[in-house]
Ligand binder design. Structure first.
Ligand code: FMN
Length: 289
């Protein structure tokens, strides 16, 4: 499979990352747009949780960590499998997942756009690509335990994971666990935030009540993901595999430009508008804002 940004970060990433640092880094708010099965737009606020495979340290986190051997250009966030965005991302993926599949485990692949307005640098970033959802429950285990969604997610996201330079890193790849990474994402949340994955079903009318026997309730805390069956069922790490990135810098009205980077066809991307300047696996076009 083609390998986007096999050896070095995407050309837009260092600037994007430095802008995010100005608005809290992991913790920055952004707007996530998805498309429904009926072709309608849905947008909502989410929180950036770092780039995949480089989860930032966190005071709440007591778990062992994966070896620090990968880098990626993939923004991540977390969500609840019972929310509309999860179904949107499954329904519009290649596999056209149904509602039951979207709630049962890893998969997805539908198109998303993530929009970050960084006022501090007067720059709007729009990250377009596919979104993949990872569940702790099915992402590892024997080949039989893995559904086709899991295999696809690992292959598609794996393309974007580059082994960092350094001795023995290739050897350590077998020690890197997807499940442990998902558990660490959960552990990075505050106990109160972890507890929200035991909320009654998001969007379900109040009059339908809640499942007390399953432990559903508002305002709960939660511990480790491995000790929380209900939260484990609902918790997802969402990974955006970027294919086109736009930045518009509005600092100087007389000098605004819009930069559009598109992943080249040879790297498995859409190629984008031409002519363009080739920057490794990405094609850059500068446009009027
Ligand atoms: C500041 C803020 C941060 C939020 N962060 C997230 C997030 O990281 N993930 C998430 O799924 N929902 C987050 N939400 C809630 C969503 O905006 C939305 O209400 C919820 O996910 C249900 O959306 P959906 O049914 O369209 O999926 C956040 C809301 C606010 C106001």
């Amino acid at each position: 499979m083609s390998h986007p940004t096999a050896t070095s970060p995407a050309p837009w990433k260092p600037t994007f990352e430095s802008h995010l640092e100005k608005v809290g880094g992991a913790g920055a708010e952004f707007t996530l747009a998805t498309v429904s099965a009926k072709g309608l737009p849905h947008a909502r606020t989410c929180i950036f949780r770092g780039f995949w495979a480089t989860l930032p340290p966190n005071e709440h986190n007591e778990l062992p960590k994966n070896p620090s051997i990968y880098g990626s250009d993939c923004p991540t966030f977390t969500t609840d499998a019972r929310m509309v965005k999860t179904y949107d991302i499954f329904a519009t993926g290649k596999g056209k997942g149904d509602l039951a599949q979207s709630r049962s485990g890893s998969g997805g692949g539908g198109p998303v756009e993530a929009v970050f307005w960084v006022k501090e640098t007067m720059t709007q970033w729009r990250i377009r690509g596919k979104c993949w959802l990872v569940a702790a429950e099915d992402v590892e285990g024997g080949e039989e335990a893995q559904n086709s969604g899991t295999v696809t997610v690992k292959a598609e996201v794996g393309r974007y994971m580059r082994v960092k330079e350094g001795s023995n890193h290739a050897e350590k790849e077998k020690d890197w666990s997807w499940k442990l990474e998902v558990e660490n994402y959960f552990e990075n949340l505050s106990p109160m935030m972890r507890g929200t994955f035991k909320n009654p079903p998001p969007g379900q009318p109040l009059r339908e009540g809640k499942d007390d026997s399953a432990g559903e309730g508002l305002g709960q805390k939660a511990g480790h993901l491995s000790d929380e069956p209900l939260a484990r069922k609902n918790f997802r790490v969402c990974i955006i595999t970027p294919e086109q990135v736009e930045a518009v810098d509005l600092t100087d009205p007389a000098n605004c430009i819009r930069q559009v980077w598109t992943l080249a066809e040879e790297a498995g991307g859409p190629g984008g508008p031409q002519p363009s300047e080739s920057l490794g696996e990405w094609n850059l076009v500068q446009t009027w804002p």
